[in-house]
Design a protein around this ligand. Structure first.
Ligand code: SAM
Length: 287
């Protein structure tokens, strides 16, 4: 039973199951140019950003998601200098990517200026410092339009988008992945936020089908993010070679040690192990 007199944020991502969080304080709420945005405080997870009723990031566990979507592809690549982030308005992905001494430039293409400004102001612990980092080029635009016309090339492209609804829907299409592939350097790696397969099986099945037609090496890896309800979160992977994904744990550990980065979730063993998938996810990949 819910503690009497508490306000709750009820996530509306799924019709038949849901998670909820007590709202100890609403920090900010508005309809931006693209989506409904609320930032609220919860005793367990700290400050939380929700967009269109869906949890996006929480101070308490954001490190898991941001470490896994940056350190895995960047350390697997081994020589990444230029990184593109599509989405990522809270700044956490840019923060982690820019920790790598070898990464010279991070371009972040976020459609909603409101998310950037409000997260920098109201959840500064996640990404405020990133927005001041001289390595960062922040572009306010639709990521799909950006990669379609982009002449630059990137060693790692990270799709840190909302779910495939509203402005995020276009970031799950084959055309978008095709345009991302055109923006990769040889041996470049595309990784995607790909939902929670136990509750969003079609999201993984569709991405698997689309990436397989574009990349010689398509895979998924997983991480457990408490505020993304429903078990493992999946991350999509596309590359024109299987070599980066197959880099051994000793080499990954050497690169990780050389980076000097301190993490709270990522380890070289977890990096390699995260590509070992539960059977039901392997079956989803097979279509
Ligand atoms: N960790 C979250 C998740 O797994 O769902 C993602 C967080 S991040 C805040 C998602 C960002 O994607 C939002 O800031 C949203 O504005 C942005 N976004 C959605 N559609 C976009 C598009 N077409 N181009 C660029 N950014 C987009």
């Amino acid at each position: 039973m819910s503690p009497a007199g508490k306000d709750w944020f009820n996530e509306t991502l799924y019709p038949d199951v849901a998670q909820r969080f007590t709202v100890d304080r609403v920090i900010f709420r508005e309809r931006t140019a693209h989506q409904d945005l609320v930032i609220f405080e919860n005793k367990v997870l700290g400050r939380i950003l929700a967009l269109d009723g869906v949890i996006q990031t929480a101070e308490g566990d954001e490190f898991i998601y941001h470490e896994m979507l940056t350190h895995v592809p960047i350390l697997a690549h081994g020589r990444a200098k230029r990184v593109l982030i599509v989405g990522g308005g809270d700044g956490g992905m840019a923060r982690e990517a820019m920790k790598h001494p070898g990464v010279e430039r991070v371009t972040m293409v976020e459609i909603d200026r409101g998310v950037v400004d409000l997260c920098a102001t109201h959840i500064p612990s996640i990404g405020a410092a990133a927005f001041k980092n001289p390595k960062l080029d922040l572009v306010i635009a639709d990521g799909a339009a950006f990669v379609k016309r982009c002449q630059d090339r990137f060693d790692v492209i990270i799709i840190d988008s909302t779910d495939p609804h509203g402005p995020g829907a276009v970031l799950f299409t084959r055309e978008f992945y095709h345009d991302c592939k055109n923006c990769l350097t040889p041996g470049g790696i595309l990784v995607t936020q790909n939902g929670v397969p136990f509750l969003q099986p079609d999201e993984l099945r569709n991405t698997a089908e689309r990436l397989t037609t574009l990349f010689a090496d398509t895979a998924f890896y997983v991480g457990a993010v408490p505020s993304y309800y429903g078990g493992f979160m999946a991350f999509g992977w596309g590359c024109d070679s299987a070599a980066p994904r197959r880099t051994g744990v000793e080499e990954i550990a050497k690169r990780f040690a050389a980076s000097g980065i301190d993490t709270r979730y990522y380890t070289p063993a977890l990096h390699v192990g995260s590509f070992a998938l539960p059977r039901f996810i392997e079956k989803l990949m097979a279509g």
